[in-house]
Every structure is written in C-alpha cells, then in structure tokens.
Design a protein around this ligand. Structure first.
Ligand code: NAD
Ligand code: TYD
Length: 339
C-alpha cells in the first residue's frame, strides 16, 4: 500500500517514518512536510535513500499542491501528523494554529474524498479534553469525555477532530482518530519541556519551570505512540476515536528533578518562572479501549523511557546542537538544492 505521512520531519511523524519504512519494506511511504521551524530533515537522514521512501516539501494548506500530489501518487492511507504543536507559541500567535491545524486538515479531508483514500488517520491529543483537577487522581479522560479545550492549540486540534468526524458522518469518509498524551523520546524539538531541560542542564543553564511545577502530564515514550497508530491504521474500526496513554503521570517538577538526577546536575539550576496563561492542571488518559480492542501495550514506563531519552540526547548532540545554532535549516538546501 502507499502511505502519505504528513508532518514526518517533526518529532512524532519522524519517529513513525523511521520505524515504519523499515518495518514494512513492501509499502511505499511519502513524507510531506512544510519544514517549518519544527521540521528537521536531519531526522530522516537514515531513510532518505530507502527505495520505498520519498520526501516531498509542501504545505497541507495549499489545495492545488495537495490535489496534484494526491492525483499523482494515489495514496491508500493518509496519516496526518502535520500541525503547529506548541501551546506557548499558540498563545503568542493563534492564527497559524487555526490555519494549519484546522484549514490544513480540511484540505487533506477534501483530497481524501476526491481521490478515494481508503483511510485518513488524524493524530490528535489528550489536550482536546481540557484538564483534570490535581486532587482527583481517580479521574481519567475517556473517549467520550466532552471536548473542552483550553489553549488556542488545543482548540484548533479539537476543531480538526470535529471536522474529521463530520466528514465521516456526512460523506462516509473512512477516518480514525487517535488522542495521545504527552510524548517524549528521540528527535524531540528542544523547546518542549523534556528536551529543553536535558539540553539546558547539559550546558549548566537555568531550567525554567512554570508556576510551582505542580502541573501533571501523562508521559508516553514516542515509539509506543507510533506502534499504537500503526495498529489503529491497520486494525482500528473506521469512525472511531482511540485514546493512547501509559499511566505515567508525573508533575513537571518530578520530571525535571529526575532528569537532573540522571545527569548528576544540581537542583539549584531550577528557576521557577511566571506561569503559562490558562495552564492545564492535569492530563491523564484511559487507554482501555485500544488495549482491549487492538491489544496495544506500551513497552516503556517512565523510568526506562526517560533513561533511553537522556542516553539518546547524550549520544546525538549534533542533532540538537544543529537546532539550537540554526544549522538544521540549511539541511534541505544541502540535500535538495541541486535536485
Ligand atoms: P512537531 O511540531 O514536532 O512536528 C510537526 C511537523 O509538522 C513539523 O515537521 C512541521 O514542519 C510540520 N508542519 C507544520 N505545519 C505544516 C503545514 N502547514 N504543512 C505541512 N507540514 C507542516 O509536532 P509533534 O510533536 O511531532 O506532533 C505531531 C502531531 O502529534 C501533531 O498533530 C500534534 O498535535 C500531535 N500530538 C503531539 C503530542 C506531543 O506530545 N508532542 C501529543 C499528542 C498529539
Ligand atoms: P510542553 O512540553 O510545552 O507540553 P504541553 O504544554 O503540550 O503539555 O510542556 C509540558 C509541561 O511543562 C507543561 O505543563 C508546561 C511545562 N513547561 C515548563 O514548566 N517549562 C518550560 O520551559 C516548558 C516548555 C514547559
């Protein structure tokens, strides 16, 4: 089958492409990415020359370009990772979140209708459910928890989910949606909490923790997320939403202190800074449906996952240093400038 992976030069899409190109040599994969600040072709370096892989630079909002691509490639499956993904950036600049995360998704849905794509999978987030109180550990997000978004980012992702489900109900488009908790692992852009703390701690820089660091996130190692998406695309039921999470709730302060302990760095690096406006208190997923229906189980708990992540950042300094010094943006020119 022929698969389009949008946003595959980003963190999760990149991990997905790296794993699935090798796992399914009989499938063809096209990665489409606009290479915004968050896209990094260096992530895909090891599969660039694989015979079943192709990279295309382009924007999901560009209808003519997308229709052309679908016409030429005749995809069987489209998996949409492409998005503006950083809550803090959505507070500074909401427009592009609506533009890419909502309008861009609509273009993809229209293209899937027009070219009879057999499955459109939308990669969504637990943030569409809003947040849970800190003092009620018994409460979890279920697939039927009402949508209740807090930030422009989560509102844009929630809007996309509603559109995807509407295209299924109204036009019979074969769709699935996965909503995952916070991911971490290799190739995570170093402005998100975990890679930010690792890279700054390694450079003995101060570590910004919002508010009192009490907010809780439910951390999932990225390859466990990719395996879940693969299962949903191949075996999931059309029209369904699947929650993904591994019951690894940690406060931000616990996460930061764990990283400092592994790196043998002092807690005095921690600097409490002004809180994020509208900061969600706690996310926690109930993944029972994907576990019972599709047999998914995560391989990593937080201890093994954070250790693997730190080891990766220690052995792949070039990757994140190129981001911090801006060199990664020259990579496309180097690889594709003369093609
Ligand atoms: P990311 O920001 O690392 O990657 C996003 C990618 O999309 C980048 O490569 C970027 O260049 C590309 N992109 C952005 N706008 C585009 C456009 N208009 N056209 C084409 N490409 C475009 O994000 P991520 O963390 O890898 O997240 C991937 C998806 O997973 C997103 O949809 C996000 O909402 C969702 N998600 C993320 C998490 C998480 O913890 N990171 C958790 C749950 C769900
Ligand atoms: P982030 O990685 O931005 O993911 P999200 O907001 O989508 O959950 O942030 C994870 C948590 O860490 C969130 O509660 C905000 C907090 N945080 C900090 O305390 N300091 C930081 O510098 C960043 C980027 C995030």
């Amino acid at each position: 089958m022929k698969v389009l992976v949008t946003g595959g030069a980003g963190f999760i899409g990149g991990n997905y492409a790296l794993e699935m190109v090798k796992k399914y040599p009989e499938d063809e994969m096209v990665v489409l990415d606009a290479l915004t600040y968050a896209g990094n072709l260096e992530t895909l370096e090891s599969i660039m020359e694989e015979p079943n892989f192709k990279f295309v630079k382009g924007d999901i909002r560009n209808r003519d370009f997308i229709y052309n691509l679908f016409e030429n490639e005749q995809f069987d499956v489209v998996i949409n990772f492409a998005a503006e993904s950083h809550v803090d950036r959505s507070i500074e600049e909401p427009d592009i979140f609506v533009s890419t995360n909502v309008m861009g998704v609509q273009v993809l849905l229209d293209a899937c209708r027009k070219y009879n794509v057999k499955r459109f999978h939308q990669v969504s987030t637990d943030e569409v459910y809003g947040d849970l109180p800190l003092d009620r550990p018994d409460l979890l997000f279920h697939e039927d928890t009402p949508i209740h978004a807090s930030s422009p980012y989560s509102a844009s992702k929630a809007s996309a989910d509603l559109l995807v489900l509407a295209y299924h109900r109204t036009f019979g488009l074969p769709v699935t949606i996965s909503r995952c908790s916070n991911n971490y692992g290799p190739y995570h852009f170093p402005e998100k909490l975990i890679p930010l703390i690792i890279s700054r701690a390694l450079n003995d820089e101060s570590l910004p923790v919002y508010g009192e660091g009490k907010n809780v996130r439910d951390w999932l190692y990225v390859t466990d997320h990719c395996k879940a998406i693969d299962l949903i695309v191949r075996k999931g039921k059309v029209g369904e939403v699947y929650n993904i999470g591994g019951h690894n709730e940690k406060s931000n302060l616990e996460v930061v202190k764990t990283i400092l302990k592994y790196l043998n760095k002092p807690e005095s690096l921690i600097q409490f800074v002004k809180d994020r406006p509208g900061h969600d208190l706690r996310y926690a997923m109930d993944p029972t449906k994907i576990q019972t229906e599709l047999g998914w189980q995560p391989e990593y708990d937080f201890d093994s996952g954070i250790k693997a992540t730190i080891d990766w950042y220690l052995t792949h300094k070039d990757w994140w240093e190129h981001i911090i010094n801006g060199e990664y943006q020259a990579y496309y020119e180097k690889m594709y400038g003369n093609r």
